[in-house]
Design a protein around this ligand. Structure first.
Ligand SMILES: Cc1cc2nc3c(=O)[nH]c(=O)nc-3n(C[C@H](O)[C@H](O)[C@H](O)COP(=O)(O)O)c2cc1C
Length: 183
């Protein structure tokens, strides 16, 4: 039986329709005994509610960089200090672009910039966004920066078209996580 016991995973969720699948991924990680903290972009909260993830993880969900103004705990640093792996699923074209260019304008992008562990991205987007030259350039750069990827696959997309850009299924993402940090 594979286990993620003792592993701290920071699960980043960005604003794509595949965000609903991240709840299943989160639940699967918990079943394998991982400790999971969820960080959502403001845009991701339009797709799935933070309550889903705080309930699954029994932990607060982080999305606002300024929520901890009253306590000295810069979470973009403290949360990565503890993490064995950061997984961003789904990873939008936007977060991929921001990571490539070192843009830190919200909690998740700032956290990724200060990561102290491996990062795994599960991209998900419309085929034209996936094929957009800047997206492809960004992927090459992140690849050579040592960022790990899983997917995307090809198939039916939420926008009703068929093609590349479909987020990998939670089971496939889980396999990749186990390959990176599992026992
Ligand atoms: C209904 C809907 C679905 C979307 N799906 C995606 C998607 O699958 N992938 C993507 O890259 N952007 C998608 N977008 C666009 C992003 O939400 C937008 O680029 C946003 O700025 C991403 O912000 P974030 O990366 O901070 O979460 C979608 C937008 C809407 C309104």
């Amino acid at each position: 039986m594979k286990s993620l016991q003792g592993k701290e995973i920071l699960l980043g969720i960005t604003g794509g329709i595949a965000a609903y699948k991240s709840a299943m991924l989160c639940s699967d990680l918990i079943k394998l005994k991982a400790s999971v903290t969820v960080m959502m972009t403001e845009n991701a909260t339009h797709f799935v509610g933070p309550l889903t993830f705080s309930t699954l993880t029994s932990r607060p969900v982080y999305s606002n960089m300024w929520a901890a103004e009253q306590v000295y705990d810069p979470q973009h640093i403290s949360l990565t200090d503890k993490a064995d792996l950061i997984v961003v699923a789904p990873a939008t074209a936007n977060i991929i672009g921001k990571m490539t260019n070192g843009i830190c304008d919200d909690l998740l992008s700032t956290t990724l910039c200060g990561a102290n562990c491996d990062i795994l991205l599960a991209p998900a987007m419309n085929t034209r966004m996936w094929q957009y030259p800047a997206t492809q350039r960004n992927l090459k750069t992140l690849n050579s920066d040592g960022i790990h990827f899983v997917g995307p696959g090809t198939g039916r997309l939420a926008c009703g078209t068929e093609g590349a850009g479909r987020m990998s299924e939670p089971a496939e993402i889980l396999e990749k996580i186990i390959e990176l940090i599992g026992k």
